[in-house]
Design a protein around this ligand. Structure first.
Ligand SMILES: Nc1ncnc2c1ncn2[C@@H]1O[C@H](COP(=O)(O)OP(=O)(O)OP(=O)(O)O)[C@@H](O)[C@H]1O
Length: 225
């Protein structure tokens, strides 16, 4: 679904990584790890077409990213759910409206999807917080709201950037169990994380593959986890 072949990315002429090849297939579960600043967020941005590779080929749902029009990119993105590192909510809107935003972007009427929205908030355990503003939520509640927003369009792939950053172990287990549940229903998942305990906990539940960015290359990792 998302394929990277020999991809390089430079920021202002400085090479962040090169020779990166990766294939996110239906139902797969990847972790992406590596030191701070190695390029995990950047790699996720290449996968959801926020950035274009400096060289190499990125193809998303069978289309070469370099050949895509803005409309093609928007259509591909509607099939990818993204959990951003900093959640990126509109703080003046209630949680339920933030979760509904991808529907509006896709031209759907949130009112007609009210039942789906309510079930999704119940699934992430936030029914009681639906009408609050994001700044009033705890860190774990915000992460769960961000996951609900990523899931609302029933994406084929979820790309999550440190979805358990700043939450305690119980909450990270709860978030992990939501991701595992989605993966068992067939959604491909990729999680960027520093948390090796989270990776170990996932491995005990589902088939996962761990990739690490090290020395500007993407390598397979995790045999030692
Ligand atoms: N827009 C930008 N312009 C220039 N450099 C950038 C930009 N965005 C990121 N960088 C740099 O690229 C490098 C990789 O950043 P990135 O956020 O992808 O790393 P990361 O592995 O996700 O880090 P962390 O684990 O700390 O979130 C960093 O050195 C960062 O400063």
């Amino acid at each position: 679904m998302i394929d990277l072949q020999s991809v390089a990315y430079n920021y202002g002429g400085r090479e962040l990584f090169s020779g990166v090849s990766l294939s996110i297939t239906p139902g797969s579960f990847h972790f992406l790890t590596g030191p701070s600043g190695a390029g995990k967020t950047t790699l996720l941005k290449l996968c959801y077409l926020e950035l274009m590779a400096t060289s190499g080929r990125v193809s998303v749902f069978g289309r070469d990213a370099a050949q895509m029009t803005r409309d093609d990119i928007a259509r591909s993105r509607s099939r990818i759910g993204v959990v951003h590192q900093d959640c990126q909510f509109l703080d003046h809107l209630p949680v339920i409206e933030n979760v509904a935003l991808p529907l509006t972007v896709n031209g759907k009427d949130p009112e007609s999807a009210r039942g789906d929205l309510e079930s999704l908030l119940a699934w992430v355990g936030l029914s009681h917080q639906a009408d609050r503003r994001p700044p009033e939520l705890s860190g774990g509640e915000r992460q769960r709201a961000a996951l609900a927003r990523a899931v609302i369009n029933a994406p084929d792939v979820i790309l999550a950037d440190e979805p358990t950053g700043n939450v305690d172990w119980d909450m990270s287990q709860r978030l992990l169990s939501l991701l595992v549940e989605l993966n068992r229903m067939g959604t491909a998942i990729m999680v960027a994380t520093h948390d090796l305990n989270l990776i170990r906990a996932a491995k005990a539940q589902v088939n996962t593959r761990t990739l690490r960015i090290a020395d500007r290359r993407l390598i397979s990792a995790g045999a030692d986890l």
